[in-house]
Design a protein around this ligand. Structure first.
Ligand code: MZP
Length: 509
């Protein structure tokens, strides 16, 4: 007969943390949010850490080049999706690795014979106020000058005038030559009181731009996740079908970590993949396995000695219908608590520490905090990043509100890449495990992360924790009744919604 568990499947929203002693010497700016991505032995540090405990999901609608760059700049890491051809995934990894922090390929350029009207339209379309002028209007063309919104007045100048008559010509532009270090480029910006420095090749062609605002941004975000060569770090998803071709290509491209993208990692297929990759690359490669939702699943992957980190979660993803379609999965909090308990016992038994990633179903910042308090070393999120400017999809306006498309990897839309790129139509899709949806656009990755990380650090202060390790060790968590959940919201007050005809200055008086 089937075994029935005593406990029911629980979600993060059913728990609360109890405050512990907050010390006078604690400071929010000194809290360490770094998290391990690789396994370690007897308390020695592992080979790979992230500076904030957040990675982005292995999904087409989430982890493209722009998000990977934005997230690594904040200290986290993206897992570039594998539901695409090996060549295009490799190209994405290469683009992230080639991204020179501070050096930006110019996205909006114009020819000297274009009109001011065309410049205006380009500025509106691109959101840029400084436009390089190149002979052929491309980002690599011969550099002729710069035109900015200070060089003409929209309502005073004739917009049919030509760019060449208003631009600052090359002879008057301060520029750097390719090979210049970022530090030197920033010094030039500072010395000449400029906002933008074009970088030219020895032949005088445009190569990149360096902006003062990026320097300021870097100073504000010192947690950038860099490899030994000062390149941004990026991870890549892999599958159990083509790893013998995909992994060597990704390793050659410089991927910093690999991660099996599978809703169920408790399989011999994944074990075969892990064994093959380890045999080829030894400890040179960091590999994540999963997903699992039980101590049994954890043991299967951990005891092989092949895996660096293990992802937990089946069916909790915001676009996931695996539980409805197949009847498998587990409440994310129950799954995480059981796997973390087994991981800790395994560490006691063997001295081997395996980081745990809580993957999917995190509906808000509080749940991120709870997952980390419950012992996840880091979290993986899809919806959260799909909603940002940097996700790879195009914005769309619905009833005046901006949205972005977001779809699961288990949808026909995501799975169709094989048919288009490799003619692999033999594995016919019988049913979908995900849905195709829209999510509101909420801002840039740096803006949303700033809020999330601030809330996390604030809760860590409440628990008297200076690091994520002490956060978990000090966490006392209580299960709450349905009535407590009601009590957690506002109660017996009238909340304003929509526009208020009240002078803001009245508030707080
Ligand atoms: P979320 O952050 O949007 O709630 O969940 C993202 C996670 O959902 C992914 O990391 C992955 O584990 C899972 N996922 C992705 N596609 C599907 C699907 O189509 C899915 N069912 O469950």
């Amino acid at each position: 007969m089937a075994k029935i568990l005593d406990d029911i499947s629980r979600t993060f929203g059913e728990y609360l943390l109890l405050p512990r002693l907050t010390r006078r010497d604690q400071h929010i700016d000194r809290i360490d949010l770094s998290a391990p991505l690789s396994r370690s032995l007897n308390g020695a540090p592992g080979s790979l850490f992230i500076n904030i405990p957040i990675v982005s999901a292995c999904m087409q609608a989430v982890s493209g080049v722009d998000l990977a760059v934005a997230l690594a700049r904040q200290g986290g890491m993206s897992m570039i999706f594998c539901s695409q051809s090996i060549e295009s995934q490799v190209e994405m990894v290469q683009k992230v690795k080639a991204h020179k922090a501070g050096f930006v390929v110019s996205g909006a350029n114009i020819q000297p014979d274009a009109t001011l009207q065309a410049v205006l339209e380009l500025m509106t379309r691109s959101g840029h106020s400084t436009i390089p002028v190149t002979l052929d209007g491309s980002s690599e063309g011969e550099f002729l000058g710069l035109i900015t919104d200070q060089d003409f007045w929209e309502f005073e100048d004739d917009l049919q005038n030509l760019v060449k008559d208003h631009m600052t010509p090359k002879a008057e532009v301060i520029f750097g030559v390719e090979g210049i270090s970022l530090r030197e480029a920033n010094r030039l910006l500072h010395r000449h009181k400029k906002d933008c420095l074009p970088i030219l090749t020895a032949e005088g062609h445009l190569s990149a731009l360096v902006f003062k605002k990026d320097y300021v941004d870097h100073q504000k975000h010192p947690l950038e996740l860099l490899d030994e060569g000062k390149r941004l770090r990026v991870g890549a998803a892999i599958n159990t079908h083509d790893y013998q071709e995909r992994v060597p290509a990704l390793m050659a491209a410089g991927a910093d970590a690999l991660c099996f993208d599978s809703s169920d990692g408790f399989t011999e297929f994944q074990m075969d993949g892990l064994a093959w990759i380890r045999a080829q690359y030894g400890s040179e490669v960091v590999i994540g396995g999963g997903n699992v939702v039980s101590a049994e699943g954890f043991d299967y992957l951990a005891q092989s000695g092949l895996v660096d980190f293990i992802k937990v979660g089946i069916g909790g993803g915001s676009i996931c219908i695996t539980r409805e379609q197949k009847g498998i999965g587990r409440g994310q909090a129950s799954a995480l608590l059981e796997v973390v308990a087994r991981r800790d016992a395994y560490f006691e038994e063997t001295g081997i520490y395996i980081p745990i990633c809580s993957d999917g179903g995190l509906a808000n910042d509080t749940q991120v905090v709870m997952a980390l308090a419950m012992g996840a070393d880091f979290v993986m999120m899809g919806r959260y990043f799909a909603m940002t400017e940097e996700s790879p999809t195009s914005k769309i306006s619905i009833n005046g509100q901006m949205y972005k498309p977001y779809w699961g990897e288990g949808t026909a839309r995501a799975q169709n890449w094989q048919r288009y790129s490799e003619g692999m139509s033999s594995r016919k899709m019988m049913f979908e495990e995900g849905v195709d949806a829209f999510v509101p656009l909420i801002g840039s990755a740096s803006e949303v992360l700033e809020t999330t990380l601030h809330k996390l650090k604030s809760t860590m202060m409440n628990l008297g924790s200076d690091s994520l390790k002490t956060f978990t060790d000090q966490a006392i968590i209580t299960l709450v009744s349905e009535q407590s959940i009601v009590e957690s919201g506002t109660s017996n007050v009238f909340k304003f919604s929509g526009n208020r005809d009240v002078d803001e200055s009245d508030w707080g008086n």
